[in-house]
Design a protein around this ligand. Structure first.
Ligand SMILES: Cc1cc2nc3c(=O)[nH]c(=O)nc-3n(C[C@H](O)[C@H](O)[C@H](O)COP(=O)(O)O)c2cc1C
Length: 160
């Protein structure tokens, strides 16, 4: 039994087969799996990069991350950080939001110039997510757990 509440960040690059429909599928299925293991977190997709955050018991985070790492819909899966934490940033399972909001927020705050998760340092990552979850209040938005109509979960390509 692993009781250590932990948080993991990873970065990866989408392959060509990772279409917007595929991303919808990943989020829909991921929510069910993560809920079953009480793993909260988020997935950000921008500039063809993924930035993921998983929070929960260290054991369950590893179960999910091992699956993610061997998924052929992305490559160069880099573990950016895994550490024990006292609380979660996210209350929901695989929270989705408009990544453009996050990226714009970070650019406005002069925290980043362009979205490239491989370039984020460990302290930067934590600063960024604390800031984003507090400021944009995305952590409190419950995602729908029922199957959406086609395309409804595809928040990534929302033009602004
Ligand atoms: C960028 C990315 C993020 C993913 N995130 C999750 C996730 O948070 N939870 C999850 O169960 N699967 C996630 N997946 C899908 C897994 O890689 C895998 O396909 C899924 O867990 C089903 O595995 P299974 O068929 O072995 O049960 C993600 C895939 C990608 C490409």
């Amino acid at each position: 039994m692993d009781i250590y509440l932990s948080r993991l960040f990873y970065a990866s690059t989408a392959t060509e087969k990772c279409t917007p429909q595929e991303v919808d599928k990943i989020v829909f299925e991921g929510r069910q799996h993560n809920a079953a293991l009480d793993v909260t977190g988020t997935l950000c997709f921008e500039n063809n990069y993924f930035l993921g955050c998983l929070e929960g018991s260290r054991k369950n985070i590893n179960i999910i991350f091992n699956k993610i790492a061997s998924d052929d819909r992305h490559f160069e899966v880099h573990l950016l950080e895994l550490k024990e934490v006292s609380h979660r940033y996210f209350e929901q399972y695989l929270t989705m939001f408009n990544s453009k909001d996050i990226v714009q927020h970070l650019i406005d705050q002069n925290r980043i110039h362009e979205f490239n998760p491989y370039l984020l340092s460990s302290s930067h990552l934590n600063e960024v997510f604390r800031d984003v979850t507090e400021t944009l209040e995305i952590a409190t938005k419950p995602p729908p757990l029922t199957k959406p109509k086609k395309g409804l979960l595809n928040l990534f390509n929302t033009s602004r």
